[in-house]
Structure formats: structure tokens, C-alpha cells
Design a protein around this ligand. Structure first.
Ligand SMILES: NC(=O)c1ccc[n+]([C@@H]2O[C@H](COP(=O)([O-])OP(=O)(O)OC[C@H]3O[C@@H](n4cnc5c(N)ncnc54)[C@H](O)[C@@H]3O)[C@@H](O)[C@H]2O)c1
Ligand SMILES: [Zn+2]
Length: 692
């Protein structure tokens, strides 16, 4: 699939939801081809581009993150593997990526913030090459190798114990003083020379060719018949560990040296540095050596050196917070900007899209590039016909970074002052860069985009009502508002008369619409496309109000100046002033009220209820206030989430527990008034410790 090149900020929610769905499928497919079959169909930068696009969309639309999001998955499920399965005692993780010095700097800053470090406290970081092999976990008991397993999906891997017996770098018995149980984790890899030789031999024998050394290593290791592995020149080095009865050293560096002393190779380019400059200098050094290294690498891995800090930093989704991969940059390419098209979104925003003569950048054919807005076009001075430089640095979204013919004679591009869809005036509000169509409801683009949003996956998720069908029915005047979707069954004959529709497909369409007569209230709310109300916000609202009329009542009361109603809204975790205002504005418009009443006359969402999990603070709402001494606010919130509690920013009748540090003020007072339980940071630490 091509990557949608609209900037995440400019994508409509419906488009984002659809794209996230496609990305989840696409990424799962390539993960399977790559990790399970060792036969990728696309290049790594191309794959990384998909992952990055997914991450960017998820960052722009956190409420659209899917249960099967690729950002939560490691590797690939190994259900179909012929090898036996091994459940990892400690999960095997992936790594988050940085693609620029700025992102590396940001990561270090995030680490510092999370740990609430003093300005003059130094954070030692280890840096080593990121070798392109496959992860392997080697379990030693009493110093003796008892099990080797691949990463698999992170939880369950494949047993490759007989296979690693043929890898000389992997000792069957460790030397020296080794903890009772110790899992060494590292990378099984194949050198560049061995990879080329293997492929040459495979070609001669008419066998399978491998795309790269990593796939060759994986394909060679994951063999049912270990005698095949024996013929393949595999190597190994260690970069970490998993389950351990004891971790004998306090830092990453000392542990790596300790593992080395037991007789296991580690990266020859391993170093410990003390600041961002040191990290970047080591990165440059490794980048310079890269072409001459006997094995493939694709970046540098940084890790926080202190293990107690690693512990505190913990994990997010599928990667540790305490480590980061700094990937080598991807390419740039030159091409011609053939045209600039204008797209109109659900909110009327005019987005310019550059159409390019197709060009391969970092292994991907790029044909479109977002130009963001009027100012960006002016900044680049681009006009159709210009030669331009396109870049895809691990970045999913190709960027237009330079205009090579800025000076050449050509008519400057005039950004439209009228909507290309409805002809209404298009203007930028004072202080805004975005130009919007002022047509509102007369603008067909905005209206159809809203309908498309309403039926999209994150909203009502109506199958069979695709974009083309919506455009067509809309043009026929059949879809004035979402409620009309539920009246389409009355047009059965008319739809059939359109041609192109079979009885069966009309029945299917009607069935999938009828299946939504009792929709999930949060999805319905999301589908109405109220500003700032994404899926998560919609759910948060419904969790508290249970029914849509109750929510509307609160929103209208808040807008009319009822402070209690406003406070009830604001105190919901995740709900800020912007949401409350947007809700008020929404219900202030007559047209919106009509749309709302109309849809609720067609559908009946059951009251929204949420199941709660059992555990001491789970399901409880916790507020942190005052100065926390041993951790940052983020860390505290992360702890609460880990315990299944909700961390909220303000105290209300819904608050169950207030954790107050020194300097706590109004929140503490309010909690006392409301009779809410108050504990100090040490009390909180006890709860966390008790939960394990
Ligand atoms: N082309 C495709 O179709 C396709 C499909 C899936 C994945 N991929 C590629 O696979 C990679 C993603 O897979 P991933 O989830 O394994 O992530 P990753 O390989 O980018 O990073 C995580 C892994 O890096 C390894 N690693 C190497 N050196 C390390 C070191 N010094 N310290 C710690 N870990 C080190 C570890 O095994 C760890 O599991 C990307 O490069 C991606 O492009 C490609
Ligand atoms: Zn318009």
C-alpha cells in the first residue's frame, strides 16, 4: 500500500482511523513475512516508514489507537512455527527509534524528567552498535546452557536449543561466578561475507535466497532440523539479559563486562558516555566505521547505565523507556513537482498536496507529498514544474525539503481564495495559518467528509457504506445527515435501480446499518465529530454520564453558567476546558441540535457501562499534588496506571485518593472538605511496593 502522505495533523479522524486500520493489517503482514517467514517483500526503511506513519497518527489521534496496534506488538506471533514454544519469564522487548540528534536529545530530556533529576545530576548512557540479527535468549542454570529461545512475539518464542549448539560464540558452560539462573540476551547474526557466500551457494543449488543478513541468520537458526543450522556460519553477541536470580552489578556497563567475562562476546564498539554530545560523538564514530564492519548494523543503541534507574523507567507498550535506538538516516531524492492539488477536509480545511513525478526515496516510490498549508508553499516558493528535493528520513511522511528552481521563471502558485469544492470563500482566521472553506453545511466536501467520519471504523463502523457510495448517495440527496443512513432501507428499490447493485449487496448494506440501531454511545458521540471529542474523550465522557441525554444536559448547563455542571465535566480525567467549551458550542447550534435529535430518533444506544477490574487501587481515581520528592509527576501517573488506577488532575467528588507532597495547597484543602482520603508520597510508595 502507499503511505498516505497527508500530515497527521491534517488528516481527518475518519481518514486516520481507516489508515490506522490499513496500517495495522499491512504491518502485521510484513511482520509475518519478515519474522516468521524470513522473506520480507519490502525494504526495512519502507517498513520503518509504515511504523513511523502509524506512530505519528497515533500521536495525533491518541484515542484512535487500536487494540491490535502495531505499536504494541513485538515481532510476530509464532503459532505456525514447527519449533516448540517457550514462554519467556521476562518479556523480550523491541526498541523505540530516534532518527535525529533532536530526537536523541528529547529522549534524554524525557528520561531526566521522568526520573525528576536535578540539573547537575549526570546520566551515564551506554552506546553500542545496533546489529542486524535476531534476538535470542540463552538461559543458563548453574552456568550451564539449558535453553535457547527466539523472541517470537516477545512473550512466547521458539525453542532453538539444539540449533545454538552449533554456534561457537555461544558457550554451553559459562566461566566464573555465574548466578543460579541467568538469561543472556543478544543477537544471533551472520557476517556480510558469510551472507554473500550463503546466497551464492543457495543460488547455485537453486535454493531460497535471503533478502539480507538478518533474514539469513533468522532462517538459518529457526530450523526444525538443527543439522541445517550446523552448516550455517552463525555468530552471536550479547547486549542484555532477561530473567536472573541475581543481577550482580549496578550498571549496564559493568553487567555487559561481567557477561563478557563469562565467555560471551559483546559489541567491540560498546562505550559509556556522559551526555548527549558523548552519545552523538559515539554515533558518528560508529557511523564512520559502519562500511568497514564485517557485519550489518542499522543504528546505535543507547541505554541508561544505572540499573536502578532502568527499573524505575520501566516500559511503555513494547519497548523500554530506558533504551533508544538511533537509526542511521535515510535518503533524499530529486524530482519534479507536477501539480499542487487542494483537498477539503471535514472541518473545511484546505490542504495542499504536491503531486510528484514518481521517485524512489529510501527504497519507496513517492508520488505525493503534503505541503501542509499556504505558508509552507510560500516558504519553499514552490510552483508546479519546479525541481524539488524529497526526503524520507525514517520519517514516514516524505517531506519536500528544498526547491532547486526557486529562481527560475515561472508563475507563482496562487493559493485559492475560494473552496475548490463549493466555491465559497476560503479564508484564514486572524492569526491562523490554515485556510478554511466558509461554506459550512453548503460545502459538499465537508458534509460528505462528516458522513464518512460517522460510518468510519472508530465511530459507527458501518460496513459496506464506503466513500464512493456516500459520495453517490449524497449527490442524489439521500444523505442529508447521519440519521438518513438509517432511512436508506426505504430506498431499497431506488438503490437497485441505480445499477451496479445486486439484491444481495443492498441487503448486506441494509443489514450492516440495521446492526447499528443500538450503537455504542461513545462511538456514536465520537461519530458526531464534535471538536476535540476523539474516541478516548468520548469514552471518558460516557463513562461518567452513561447516556447521551445526560451528557447533553451537563454540557448545556455548563454553557449556561452552571458551575457545578462545569466542574463535573472538568473533573473527568482527560477532559479539559477545550472539550467542555466545544461541547457547549456544539449544543448551542440549532443545526447540531437537529442532527442530534434526528439521529437519536433513529438509534437507541444502551446506557454506557464499564467493567472494572479487581485490585487494591484499580478503578480508583488518584490525584497527585504538591512536590513529589522521589519521582516526577509522569512517573507517579505511570505507576497509578500500572496499578489500574486513574490519575486525574483535579480533585472532585469522584476522587478516591489524594497523594499530597509538600506545598500542596488548594487541592489538599478541597480533598479535606470532601472527606477524601489523603496520603503522602511514602504512603503511595507503600501501595506501589505492596502491589509488587
Ligand atoms: N522489511 C520488512 O518487511 C520488515 C518487517 C518487519 C520488521 N522489519 C525490520 O525489523 C526491524 C524491527 O524489528 P524489531 O521489532 O526487532 O526492532 P529492531 O530490530 O529495530 O529493534 C529491537 C531489537 O534490536 C536488537 N538489538 C540489536 N542490537 C542491540 C543492542 N545493542 N542492544 C539492544 N538491542 C539490540 C534486539 O534484538 C531488539 O529486539 C526494523 O529494522 C524493521 O525495518 C522489516
Ligand atoms: Zn467548500
Amino acid at each position: 500500500m502507499g503511505i498516505d502522505q497527508t500530515a497527521p495533523g491534517e488528516t481527518t479522524e475518519a481518514d486516520a482511523a481507516n489508515e490506522l486500520m490499513r496500517l495495522a493489517r499491512e504491518i502485521a503482514k510484513h511482520n509475518r513475512l519478515y519474522h516468521a517467514k524470513d522473506a520480507p517483500e519490502i525494504t526495512d526503511p519502507e517498513f520503518d516508514a509504515l511504523v513511523r506513519r502509524n506512530a505519528e497518527l497515533e500521536a495525533a489521534f491518541p484515542h484512535l489507537v487500536r487494540a491490535d496496534s502495531p505499536s504494541k506488538m513485538v515481532g510476530h506471533e509464532i503459532a505456525a512455527s514447527p519449533l516448540s514454544k517457550v514462554r519467556h519469564e521476562v518479556r523480550m522487548m523491541s526498541l523505540d527509534n530516534a532518527f535525529s540528534a533532536e530526537e536523541v536529545e528529547e529522549w534524554v530530556a524525557r528520561v531526566r524528567r521522568f526520573l525528576a533529576l536535578d540539573e547537575n545530576e549526570r546520566v551515564a548512557i551506554t552506546a553500542e552498535d545496533k546489529i542486524d540479527g535476531l534476538s535470542c535468549s540463552l538461559r543458563y542454570e548453574g552456568g550451564k546452557l539449558v535453553r535457547a529461545a527466539t523472541r517470537g512475539d516477545g512473550q512466547v518464542g521458539e525453542d532453538v536449543t539444539p540449533n545454538v549448539a552449533h554456534i561457537a560464540d555461544i558457550p554451553q558452560q559459562l566461566d566464573g561466578d555465574v548466578p543460579d539462573v541467568f538469561e543472556i540476551r543478544g543477537e544471533v547474526y551472520m557476517s556480510k561475507a558469510d551472507f554473500l557466500a550463503l546466497n551464492a551457494a543457495q543460488e547455485e543449488a537453486g535454493g531460497k535466497l535471503f533478502a539480507n543478513p538478518r533474514n539469513a541468520a533468522a532462517g538459518s537458526l529457526r530450523q526444525k532440523d538443527a543439522s541445517v543450522t550446523a552448516k550455517r556460519p552463525l555468530k552471536f553477541w550479547a547486549h542484555g539479559w532477561g530473567a536472573a536470580s541475581e543481577v550482580p552489578e549496578p550498571t549496564q556497563e559493568e553487567m555487559v563486562r561481567r557477561i563478557e567475562s563469562w565467555g560471551v562476546p559483546v559489541s567491540p564498539l560498546f562505550a559509556r558516555v556522559h551526555d548527549v554530545e558523548g552519545m552523538l560523538a559515539h554515533y558518528e564514530k560508529i557511523a564512520a566505521e559502519r562500511p568497514d564492519l564485517p557485519y550489518e548494523i542499522d543504528g546505535v543503541v543507547y541505554k541508561v547505565d544505572r540499573l536502578d534507574w532502568q527499573q524505575r523507567l520501566g516500559f511503555v507498550a513494547k519497548a523500554p523507556r530506558w533504551a533508544q535506538a538511533h537509526k542511521f538516516p535515510a535518503e533524499q531524492a530529486e524530482t519534479t513537482l507536477e501539480a499542487i492539488d487542494i483537498q477539503v477536509g471535514r472541518t473545511g480545511k484546505l490542504t495542499p498536496v504536491g503531486r510528484l513525478a514518481p521517485v524512489l526515496v529510501g527504497g519507496v516510490t513517492v508520488t505525493n507529498v503534503t505541503l501542509h498549508n499556504r505558508d509552507e508553499i510560500a516558504r519553499l516558493g514552490v510552483r508546479p514544474g519546479d525541481r524539488v528535493v524529497v526526503q524520507r528520513a525514517g520519517d514516514v511522511i516524505p517531506q519536500l525539503v528544498d526547491n532547486l528552481t526557486r529562481e527560475a521563471e515561472r508563475k507563482p502558485f496562487r493559493f485559492p481564495d475560494h473552496c475548490p469544492e463549493c466555491g465559497s470563500e476560503a479564508v484564514a482566521e486572524e492569526g491562523e495559518v490554515d485556510v478554511r472553506c466558509t461554506g459550512g453545511l453548503i460545502c459538499p466536501a465537508q458534509r460528505t467528509e462528516r458522513l464518512k467520519h460517522f460510518v468510519s471504523r472508530g465511530a459507527l463502523d458501518i460496513d459496506g457504506l464506503g466513500e464512493k457510495t456516500i459520495d453517490q448517495f449524497f449527490a442524489l440527496g439521500w444523505l442529508e445527515s447521519p440519521a438518513d443512513i438509517f432511512r436508506l432501507h426505504q430506498r431499497r428499490d431506488a438503490i437497485l435501480a441505480l445499477g451496479g447493485w445486486k439484491e444481495r449487496s443492498v441487503d448486506n448494506l441494509v443489514d450492516s446499518i440495521e446492526a447499528r440501531r443500538e450503537p455504542d454511545a461513545a462511538r456514536l458521540l465520537f461519530g458526531l465529530g464534535i471538536r476535540h471529542v476523539g474516541t478516548v474523550t468520548a469514552r471518558d465522557l460516557m463513562k461518567n454520564f452513561h447516556t447521551l441525554p445526560a451528557l447533553r444536559e451537563a454540557a448545556e448547563a455548563a454553557r449556561a453558567g452552571d458551575e457545578e455542571a462545569a466542574a463535573a465535566l472538568i473533573s473527568i480525567d482527560g477532559i479539559g476546558g477545550a472539550v467542555v467549551e466545544a461541547l457547549g458550542d456544539f449544543f448551542h447550534e440549532d443545526h447540531n441540535k437537529q442532527v442530534w435529535d434526528d439521529i437519536l430518533s433513529e438509534v437507541s444506544p444502551p446506557p454506557y457501562v464499564v467493567e472494572t477490574r479487581e485490585s487494591p487501587v484499580s478503578g480508583k481515581t488518584v490525584v497527585f499534588t504538591g512536590k513529589l520528592e522521589t519521582m516526577s509527576r509522569d512517573e507517579a501517573k505511570a505507576q497509578a496506571e500500572r496499578l489500574g488506577a486513574k490519575a486525574s488532575g483535579s480533585v472532585s467528588a469522584k476522587t478516591d485518593l489524594l497523594v499530597a507532597g509538600p506545598g500542596a495547597g488548594s487541592k489538599l484543602k478541597k480533598a479535606a472538605e470532601l472527606g477524601i482520603e489523603v496520603i503522602d508520597e511514602a504512603g503511595w510508595a507503600e501501595i506501589v511496593a505492596a502491589a509488587g
